[in-house]
Design a binder for this molecule. Structure first.
Ligand SMILES: Cc1ncc(COP(=O)(O)O)c(C=O)c1O
Length: 457
């Protein structure tokens, strides 16, 4: 039976979603594989796999050559850049492709550091993944002062007061995560960007963990830089950096001489992973189709119920139009509008799973959940939870769950400051259970049952 999750203006067809991801149908020891390892990397839809192999089969070449496959490669990369620009809501020349977020951030910290010296300060947070910490801390070698804002240990929310206090007239950059890959907290990055700008500093947002869960709009945020990794939102293993055009043009990246001075290429080192770039385009097109389907289905459902209300879809649709109006409207949407619709559709589903997961986890005797547990603040967290359970190490729990087909993580996931501050680093970190939109309520129930059973033994 199809699994459908209706929402106010969109509808989520989980049967269609899950059919897009071939890996989801695997089994482990006779049990269905349950992928709750999304924070470490998500699964990819078939179209991403096809795009990668098609590129290798037909167009495999370096860029800038005077022959067919090289020209096709140039066209493909330009198309992927424009697609990714729609995902983040910027222009294509503000998109830089790289091996991963960590390398892109090191490249940026090296370039930005060329302008800095003693007396300059950079503000970081203790809630961040180390990839948004160590590359900036390395600038201490140039005499730059690094300050780190604290988080509240009780609920693992960023201490915004402390952050505001760390930002001074000497601050040149504020680097903050959009969402924590450990405890799941979503930070008020709009406010962080405002505080940075007010002090004359630039903002650098690590959106790696946020990207699969929430809509990113760099224009609306008005951040100076934002980085993400496509393998965390259903694409291949690559990183993407958005930089405001003025900064990408003004800063001086380290680069080899024959590389042009044009943005964004001057920021892209050596030959890129072209096949994965082809996969990135397909990944964003997955989001797009998800949005179009969700929006079209949502309109149809409401038409059938005679309750057409106002939303993005209503611009071209009147209640008197035929039942195909939903489909037509979803086709008339721009790619960006479809991505917006996709996020609107997945949000209630992720939220419902998160509520069930957190409620169920808290009922397990001896379990401690780190992060926001008060449902009134659930809009400040995503569906990533970390726990410890008395009498079991995180590795033991992850191993036992793994044997039963549940893929979860143990350790610190490179959020080293978080595990150190919470004093769990020396004892194995946490067990992390991460949900994304292809997970189901039934999988949440089964995970909870498995964990209860493991804890009884
Ligand atoms: C929040 C966050 N930032 C940065 C990174 C590093 O990303 P990459 O593996 O693309 O370097 C990760 C990876 O887990 C992450 O979760």
């Amino acid at each position: 039976m199809p699994i459908a999750e209706p929402t106010s203006s969109t509808s989520l067809d989980l049967t269609w979603i899950r059919s897009q991801f071939p890996s989801l149908s695997q089994t482990v020891n006779g049990q269905p594989a349950v992928f709750m390892d999304g924070p470490g990397g998500t699964q990819v839809p078939q179209r991403v796999i096809d795009a990668i192999s098609d590129y290798l089969a037909r167009n495999n070449a370096n860029t800038g050559g005077a022959f067919a496959t090289s020209r096709a490669t140039d066209t493909m990369i330009a198309g992927a850049r424009a697609t990714m620009a729609d995902f983040l809501h910027c222009d294509a020349d503000e998109i830089v492709f790289g091996a991963n977020m960590t390398s892109l951030t090191y490249a940026m910290s090296r370039a930005f550091g060329r302008e800095l010296g003693p007396g300059d300060e950079i503000v970081l947070t203790l809630l961040d993944h180390d990839a948004n910490f160590s590359p900036w801390k390395a600038l201490e070698e140039k005499g730059v002062t690094i300050r780190a804002a604290k988080f509240n240990p009780a609920d693992c929310t960023l201490d915004m007061h402390d952050l505001a206090c760390q930002i001074t007239s000497h601050t040149r950059l504020v680097a903050v995560g959009y969402a924590s890959n450990a405890v799941g907290t979503i930070n008020n990055v709009k406010e962080v960007v405002r505080l940075a700008r007010q002090a004359g500093a630039l903002s650098y947002i690590d959106a790696v963990h946020y990207a699969p869960h929430g809509l990113i709009d760099v224009r609306e945020l008005d951040c100076d830089f934002l980085v993400c990794s496509t393998y965390k939102f259903f694409g291949p293993h690559m990183g993407v950096l958005y930089g405001k055009r003025e900064h990408l043009k003004r800063l001086h990246p380290y680069k080899v001489r024959p590389n042009t001075n044009n943005i964004p290429n001057c920021w892209e080192w050596g030959t890129l992973n072209h096949e994965c770039i082809a996969g990135i385009k397909a990944c964003v097109e997955y989001w797009e189709e998800l949005g179009r389907r969700a929006c079209g289905a949502g309109i149809l459902a409401r038409e059938e119920a005679g309750a057409l209300t106002t939303d993005v879809a209503d611009r071209n649709v009147r209640p008197t139009q035929s039942a195909s109006a939903g489909r037509n409207t979803s086709l008339a949407m721009s790619r960006r509008e479809a991505i917006v619709a996709a996020h609107a559709a997945i949000h209630p589903h992720e939220r419902a799973m998160m509520e069930k997961m957190i409620g169920g986890l808290l009922a397990i005797p001896g379990l401690k959940l780190y992060g926001i547990t008060d449902p009134r603040h659930f809009d400040q967290r995503c569906a990533t939870t970390v726990v410890r359970i008395e009498g079991h190490t995180p590795l033991e729990l992850a191993t036992k769950l793994g044997e039963r087909g549940f893929f979860t993580w143990d350790g610190n996931y490179y959020a080293l400051n978080v595990t150190e501050q919470l004093d769990v680093e020396r004892s194995g970190g946490f067990l992390r259970i991460g949900l994304v939109h292809y997970n189901t309520m039934e999988e949440v129930d089964r995970l909870l049952a498995a964990l209860r059973e493991i804890c009884k033994k």
